[in-house]
Write a new protein. Structure first.
Length: 192
């Protein structure tokens, strides 16, 4: 009587249950991981095909981009990124005028502008610098510095100092005194 559960309806149900459990274990242990691996590899292959197609389109357009870039350089890109002027004093005046326009556009009045002595860098460039001072709210100062940084003429910002006349809990709205050195470059030529 102890083995009566192996025969009859109970035995058949047990055999079907063990068979289903074995199939489930084989599915979860071998088939499902292989199926997932195949799907992942297929997705990776599709991504690489799309990347290859995009790269081929970019490679085909490369000669046109190079030609456009060469045309832009020929049209005077260097002239816009460098300060104009045959002498350092003319370049400094141009730099001062550009900075004044940017400050006015940002809603700031410059309190002081000092032209610093020009430096020759590596014999090829003259570095023309201005020290400016101004008082404005923090958001206006950051907007002005961003405008200077994004200028088509390359202007470097250096030696920045901030000073707040009053220390309070909400200094964002209060004016901040700032001074900084702005530098631009012009090609070294016959003038100084």
């Amino acid at each position: 009587m102890t083995q009566s559960w192996l025969i009859g309806r109970r035995g058949q149900a047990l055999a079907v249950g063990v068979a289903l459990l074995t199939v489930l274990m084989i599915w979860l242990g071998a088939v499902d991981p292989l199926w997932s691996w195949y799907g992942d590899r297929n997705d990776l292959l599709e991504q690489r095909r799309a990347l290859l197609q995009r790269m081929q389109v970019l490679a085909a357009s490369l000669p046109a981009w190079r030609a456009a870039s060469a045309d832009k350089r020929d049209e005077g890109e260097a002239a816009t990124s460098m300060l104009p002027g045959a002498t350092d004093s003319v370049a400094a005046a141009d730099l001062q005028e550009r900075v004044q326009k940017m400050a006015t556009a940002a809603g700031v009045n410059l309190t002081a502008v000092e032209t610093l002595p020009a430096e020759t860098t590596a014999g090829r460039w003259h570095k023309v610098s201005l020290r400016i001072s101004l008082t404005a709210a923090w958001s206006v100062l950051t907007d002005l510095m961003r405008t200077i940084e994004q200028s088509p003429t390359r202007i470097l910002i250096d030696d920045v100092h901030f000073r707040s006349p009053v220390a309070v809990a909400r200094p964002v709205a209060l004016p901040i005194q700032a001074s900084m050195v702005l530098s631009g470059f012009r090609p070294a030529g016959s003038g100084t």
